[in-house]
Design a protein around this ligand. Structure first.
Ligand SMILES: Nc1ncnc2c1ncn2[C@@H]1O[C@H](COP(=O)(O)OP(=O)(O)OP(=O)(O)O)[C@@H](O)[C@H]1O
Ligand SMILES: [Mg+2]
Length: 410
């Protein structure tokens, strides 16, 4: 901001264990753009020191005496809203993490992490916070990541005119894995306006939803949207569906158009869950999408629906966006090759049925891609990302490696 002399990012460490504080300092020792300005020994100390020092970023432990990291995060959001908080946690603290994100933390890191991961997380939250701060200071400068349309995120929509096929399950888990694997900005929009389940599936408490956004704002821009996006512990920013079905009426097609435009300009990926209807909202969403994942299960009824959906998308000139994904595949249902023959098109991927893993994850409010990284259904989501070319697959990595080897041997 100030010409060539860039101020370092000022960081406060809050952890009750001295050796952990030392470890963090050591990890950041060589990062010239990051400066440790203080060390707090518990939550209370963290709030007091943040008030005094106004650091850019606080690295916050969860379990601390006197005041825990979640309460401290909540209080810092009030005393120093311009400070961004990164939660440092250990494996398995999902419930705490969720609370911390709801309390206003911007990111989390699970121990152990590398110096690079830590420094990158600090830089990332700092940059986002700077943009947020400048928006607050100067609302007319609506430039979150360049509102001039410079950036254009990819919109991926999960659709089927038959309910209960797994749209929400796939959309949530894919968004979470995408955010974690790519570290890019991923948004998840729940456009199942009358009975959206995204908030429940991700265990997010949605006080403000799309309906409030639509009601409060005549014109939707990033500044307006920001306050309604709920950060999930995976890094995904979630816009939940209205809490009660009748609120769905508050959302007009113009709102949807404006919202999608803003989201595309400000996120790398926008993942959308839909209702099983050809509503006006869904038609706009389908039209605006880059990829439409038509979800089906291995049953005749689902197959019939999805064939009709493909026909309708063809009429809407959206045929090129279609990717067929078979969900809940098992030995009892229609075979993959029969599904493909009936569709007249190959499936992009088939995701296995795994009721135990899926139900368990829903009940815990932790997406299975986080809770069960080795489950076959998680592999299925990974394959979905690879086939959509959103993350690299093993073969591509190998190819890259061999190209590098060849270059060196020349
Ligand atoms: N791969 C899977 N294996 C086992 N169960 C699954 C799988 N995918 C989804 N389910 C289960 O199927 C049911 C429907 O899934 P989900 O809610 O994601 O579908 P939907 O298409 O969004 O439904 P709705 O029309 O209600 O919005 C849920 O109980 C979910 O747990
Ligand atoms: Mg659903």
């Amino acid at each position: 901001m100030n010409g060539v002399f860039k101020m370092p990012i000022r960081v406060l460490i809050a952890d009750d264990i001295p050796t952990t504080r030392e470890d963090i300092k050591r990890l950041l020792y060589f990062e010239e753009d990051i400066e440790i300005v203080g060390e707090a020994i518990d939550g209370q100390d963290a709030v007091r020191m943040t008030g005094e020092l106004k650091p850019d970023v606080v690295l916050m432990d969860i379990n601390m005496p006197n005041m825990d990291g979640i309460t401290a995060t909540e209080q810092i959001a009030v005393v120093s809203p311009q400070t961004a908080i990164i939660i440092i946690s250990i494996q398995g603290e999902y419930e705490y993490l969720r609370k911390a994100m709801a309390a206003g933390a911007r990111e989390y890191l699970v121990k152990p992490f590398s110096a690079e991961e830590l420094a990158n997380a600090i830089r990332r939250v700092y940059e986002t916070q700077q943009r947020r701060n400048s928006l607050i200071a100067n609302p007319s400068a609506v430039s979150f990541s360049g509102s001039s349309g410079r950036k254009k995120g990819k919109v991926i929509t999960f659709f089927s005119s038959k309910g209960g096929v797994g749209r929400t399950t796939l959309a949530c888990n894919m968004a979470v894995m995408l955010a974690q694997e790519t570290k890019k900005n991923v948004a998840l929009l729940d456009f199942d306006l009358e009975s959206g389940d995204v908030a429940v599936m991700l265990n997010i408490s949605a006080k403000m939803t799309l309906a409030d956004l639509a009601q409060e704002e005549e014109h939707i821009d990033m500044q307006a949207v920001e306050g309604f996006l709920i950060p999930h512990i995976s890094g995904v920013k979630v816009l939940p569906a209205p809490i009660s079905p009748e609120q769905a009426e508050l959302i007009t097609p113009t709102h949807v158009e404006q919202l999608l435009k803003v989201m595309k300009e400000n996120f790398d990926f926008v993942i959308i869950d839909t209702s099983p209807l050809y509503s006006e909202t869904n038609l706009i969403v389908l039209e605006q999408s880059d990829i439409v994942v038509l979800v089906l299960t291995p049953e005749l009824t689902s197959l019939k629906h999805v064939k009709t959906d493909a026909e309708i998308l063809k009429k809407l000139n959206c045929e090129y966006k279609i990717k067929f994904v078979l969900n809940s595949q098992d030995n009892e249902g229609i075979k993959v090759k029969d599904v493909e023959r009936a569709l007249g098109s190959p499936l992009l991927v088939s995701i296995p049925a795994d009721p135990k893993t899926v139900k368990n994850a829903v009940n815990r409010g932790v997406p299975f891609v986080m809770a069960q990284p080795n489950a076959r259904v998680t592999e299925g989501i990974k394959e979905l990302l690879q086939k959509l070319e959103l993350v690299k697959n093993k073969a591509q990595e190998e190819q890259k490696k061999s190209i590098i080897m060849r270059m060196f041997s020349l």
